[in-house]
Design a protein around this ligand. Structure first.
Ligand code: TYD
Length: 202
């Protein structure tokens, strides 16, 4: 149970490379909470609030990589204060599509992991972070199959760097964050079963 909401609601983050299926799994997880009769809210980072919107507009834009760690941290502060913490306080489970582990993995290249972690040190760890494990080439194949414009992170080289970034972030969080790596190969149904087994182990 989360320590930030003060009630019995869980704060769960889904993480992974672009193309690893996080958004799909979040939708399934939300349905599974609802099927259990639990109040649940789904949200995401970058958020749908002012800083999050700026980030989305700039992901393929002119801002340099060195600016992003600060923008993501500012968005996270606002997202926590305006969306996540109030929902937890109302007793709703909160499922977020990405959170601070994304910054640790994606921004470490430009900023160094230690500095990114320091920028995020005031933010609470989720009760559970689910890291969808899928190799960079499969992720890129899925991204290309979508046919959408690609953002700055969606090349094979960068996906490989970010995958290594996730590995380093998991090690750095050991003992402080509860992180479950889930094999994200196979069908969405098969992956959802693995996710549910982590969320409801009994
Ligand atoms: P994403 O969830 O992929 O949004 P969409 O599905 O709308 O494209 O997030 C956008 C990108 O932002 C993604 O490539 C990961 C990146 N990102 C970071 O680099 N750092 C962060 O802290 C977060 C939350 C996301």
């Amino acid at each position: 149970m989360t320590t930030v909401g003060g009630v019995n609601a869980r704060f769960i983050a889904i993480e992974g490379l672009d193309g690893s299926g996080g958004t799909t799994q979040l939708t399934r997880l939300k349905a599974a909470f609802e099927a259990r009769g639990a109040a649940v809210m789904v949200t995401r980072e970058p958020s749908d609030r002012p800083v999050g919107k700026l980030i989305r507009a700039q992901l393929a834009g002119e801002l340099g990589d060195a600016v992003f760690p600060y923008l993501f941290a500012a968005d996270r502060r606002d997202h926590l204060d305006a969306v996540v913490l109030p929902a937890l306080a109302r007793g709703e489970n909160v499922l977020t599509d990405r959170y601070a582990l994304s910054s640790f993995a994606y921004q470490a290249e430009a900023h160094g992991l230690d500095r990114v972690m320091r920028l995020n040190q005031d933010f609470p760890a989720p009760d559970l972070t689910i890291l969808l494990d899928l190799d960079p080439q499969t992720c890129l194949d899925r991204i290309l199959a979508r046919g959408l414009p690609r953002d700055r992170f969606e090349t094979l080289d960068r996906l490989r760097t970010i995958a290594a970034g996730y590995d380093a972030a998991v090690l750095a969080c050991e003992g402080r964050w509860r992180i479950a790596r889930v094999d994200a190969r196979g069908t969405a149904d098969a992956v959802a079963e693995r996710v549910f087994a982590v969320v409801w182990p009994d």
